[in-house]
Ligand binder design. Structure first.
Ligand SMILES: [Zn+2]
Length: 299
């Protein structure tokens, strides 16, 4: 059986043809063009879905998307301004009626977790927390092999844990949230402020690897902030694995070693003894795989 999977983000929409065994047999992407509005975005997904249905005889459509998702109904219960008009969108119903195939929808960070549980670095792990570092910080929680959605579909919002009460203003309306200090964008901002010029993150991490003192100091402060957030997650949930996702996870063991080292001084011994910090192994394919995993579990 083949499923057409989509990963809807604010910049691009990725698609893949995925087998029920978790193999991606074809994939591609097209721009989200969010300036055209959410209705047009959904029409573009419908158009591509019809094309893929024709070409690959897929049995269904699995969607990973930005925004808080009621995954029972396949509706967006809340979305930020990144995709104007997306809040309230009945994604599953609209695509189902236009394409004539069953559609399942899940939040993108939850899909990262499900993809890693199915085919990545959380395979066989009963209790883990998945963190994605990007513009903000996303979180998804799997306890006893079950994804935890929360009472209104927004459990795991780790980025809005307070780090410095009264600190930097956050997109959520509060001040001092973790993601203002420990997201990938926050690191980029700190590098620019401290160095007085823009440095791309890959370039910055090269400097850290080469031991450039100023860069190492900025990196260590950033890791310390991130680890403060993870410390609370570990004490609260006692996971055996923390999965680190987002583009920055390309830094591999440089990142996981630094986070582990920082956590070793923050987490109580019994919690720490069970804990492993791992990179998301499926990279930007995890969301497509997770969407299909969710589809197969909810047929
Ligand atoms: Zn916030």
């Amino acid at each position: 059986m083949k499923i057409a999977a989509f990963d809807i983000g604010g910049t691009n929409i990725k698609w893949g043809i995925v087998t029920d065994g978790g193999e991606i047999v074809d994939k591609g992407s097209f721009p989200s063009r969010v300036q055209d509005g959410a209705d047009q975005l959904i029409e573009n997904v419908q158009h591509k879905s019809r094309q893929l249905k024709e070409e690959y005889s897929v049995s269904g459509i699995a969607i990973s998307t930005a925004g808080q998702v009621n995954s029972d109904k396949g509706e967006i219960v809340h979305a930020t301004g990144n995709i104007p008009g997306y809040t309230g969108m009945k994604v599953a119903a609209r695509i189902e009626s236009a394409v004539g195939l069953p559609v399942r929808v899940e939040n993108d960070v939850n899909c990262t977790a499900l993809g890693e549980a199915w085919r990545g670095n959380a395979r066989g792990v009963k209790n883990f927390f998945c963190v994605t570092l990007g513009t903000g910080i996303g979180g998804a929680l799997v306890m006893e092999n079950n994804l935890v959605p929360g009472a209104s579909w927004c459990a795991g919002e780790m980025g809005h844990m307070p780090l410095y009460p009264g600190g930097l203003t956050c997109t959520c309306g509060n001040r001092g949230c973790l993601e203002q200090y420990a997201s990938a964008s926050a690191l980029e901002r700190q590098v620019e402020i401290q160095k007085g010029r823009f440095v791309s993150l890959p370039e910055f991490f090269e400097e850290v690897r080469n031991g450039v003192a100023e860069s190492v100091r900025i990196f260590e402060t950033w890791v310390d902030h991130l680890a403060c957030g993870l410390q609370s997650i570990v004490h609260l949930l006692n996971p055996s694995v923390l999965i680190i996702g987002g583009g920055i996870s390309a830094q591999g063991s440089l990142l996981t070693d630094a986070i582990t080292e920082s956590l070793s001084g923050k987490v109580m011994p019994n919690h720490f003894s069970a804990l492993h910090v791992r990179i998301a192994g499926k990279g930007n394919e995890a969301n497509l795989l997770g969407a299909v995993s969710h589809y197969l579990d909810n047929q």
